[in-house]
Design a protein around this ligand. Structure first.
Ligand code: ASP
Length: 417
């Protein structure tokens, strides 16, 4: 049975059993089982994912930026690719954050009981005690990246990401053309690959963890949370549709001077494939083929932007991360300030660059963005059960974004062919 099917079953079972026990039908033995067995099981899983986040993010960002910077002959294409990546990810996150504030899928349920009351208070306090805008900007540049790495899970991830971006750029500037990238790049590649392997193994235990976490949620909060979950799914999908058919279509029409309809028609198969595999990386061969065969994009530009984009341009994922963290904040009854929401947006955009283009690649990043504004990691259990569907949708938007950027950075006379 596929992992996503098992996850869905775990979600349903956890929800049903937890709700049933919430009514008090099962008797007093449920409490100790939840506290001493299910809660630690869920925590163990979350900690195992969190454990690899710092090395994974740092190595992924260094590699992504290094690749962009190392392509000298395509320097202006690389710069414009980076610019559009940031622009489209930002528009995507802004749409998501606007929708989640408007629809407020997580309001009405408060999961305070799943974390101890004093912890909730502390979380709410740290979420409120946000620094001023100017100070936040100053703190983006770490004084000591190693200290930021140590405190990455306590809200210092963003300065660490900034360091990795600058370091990756500097590394690429020091390399000669045709150079493989040297020992640091190779080390980063191996660190990243090892982290991905660990996540892969840990994910095998995810159905058990999802059952344990969702059971705990339903047991302490009752069934109302699942209506919110449905509304959350609707919010993410609505945001992705706006990005795909609003922002991308406008960019194609106004900036690339192409017909959005024929562009989407030409990339139909690719998007369907991305949707069914939920992996930008696995879709890369198809998008490369479609880019040159059906969308008339110059092969060298298509190869460059699509290869980089499969890992570094994840507009749909950025939207998903923003919506998810704000949804969980609503569910946990945390009132995030505007500055906190801006922090979530910036982190989601940067996290999009560091997300692996594989199914569920963004899940460790969601934890990081969540923790940066004090949202408890337990919330992941809630969304994992519906993640496959959202993963399929956001991957289609990610891949579509790569193709749109390839069209945007291509010379006009070729794109108009
Ligand atoms: N599955 C996504 C992709 O491959 C990444 C993610 O959002 O998990 O693009």
């Amino acid at each position: 049975m596929k992992l996503h099917t098992r996850l869905f079953i775990a979600l349903a079972l956890g929800a049903l059993l937890g709700t049933w026990c919430h009514g008090g039908v099962a008797g007093g033995w449920v409490d100790p089982i939840n506290t001493h067995l299910f809660r630690p099981a869920g925590q163990l899983f979350l900690r195992a994912v969190l454990m690899v986040v710092v090395p994974m993010v740092v190595s992924a960002l260094i590699l992504g930026v290094h690749e962009l910077g190392a392509a000298r002959e395509l320097r202006s294409v690389a710069l414009r690719t980076l610019g559009f990546t940031l622009l489209l990810s930002t528009s995507s996150v802004v749409i998501g954050v606007a929708l989640v504030n408007l629809i407020a899928p997580g309001h009405g349920v408060v999961l305070r009981d799943t974390v101890p009351a004093d912890q909730v208070q502390q979380i709410a306090q740290s979420a409120r005690g946000a620094t001023s805008f100017s100070q936040t900007l100053v703190e983006l540049v770490p004084r000591n990246p190693l200290a930021s790495a140590v405190r990455a899970l306590d809200g210092e991830m963003l300065p660490l990401m900034v360091f990795a971006l600058i370091f990756g750029l500097a590394l690429s500037a020091g390399h000669r053309q045709g150079d493989e990238g040297g020992v640091i790049v190779q080390a980063c590649e191996q660190v990243f690959a090892a982290c991905m392997r660990i996540v892969h193994v840990v994910m095998r235990a995810s159905p058990v963890a999802v059952f344990a976490l969702v059971f705990g949620t339903a047991y302490t909060s009752g069934p109302s949370v699942f209506g919110s979950l449905l509304l959350y799914v609707v919010t993410v999908v609505a945001g992705l549709c706006l990005q795909q058919f609003g922002v991308y279509a406008a960019c194609l029409r106004l900036l690339a001077h192409r017909s959005p309809l024929s562009f989407f028609r030409g990339s139909r198969d690719v998007l369907l494939y991305a949707f069914s595999t939920a992996s930008s990386n696995a879709t890369l061969p198809l998008s490369l083929d479609a880019a040159t065969a059906r969308l008339a994009l110059p092969p060298d530009i298509a190869r460059f932007t699509l290869t980089i984009g499969a890992t570094a341009n994840q507009n749909g994922t950025a939207l998903f991360e923003g919506v998810t963290v704000l949804f969980l904040a609503q569910v946990y009854g945390l009132d995030l300030t505007v500055m906190d929401q801006v922090r979530v947006m910036v982190m989601s955009v940067v996290a999009g660059i560091g997300t692996a283009g594989v199914p569920g690649g963004s899940l460790p990043m969601v934890l990081i963005v969540a923790q940066s504004v004090g949202v408890p990691a337990d919330g992941l259990g809630l969304i994992l059960g519906v993640d496959r569907l959202l993963d399929m949708c956001r991957t289609a938007v990610n891949v579509s974004g790569d193709l749109v950027i390839a069209a945007l950075v291509s010379p006009r006379q070729v794109t108009a062919a």
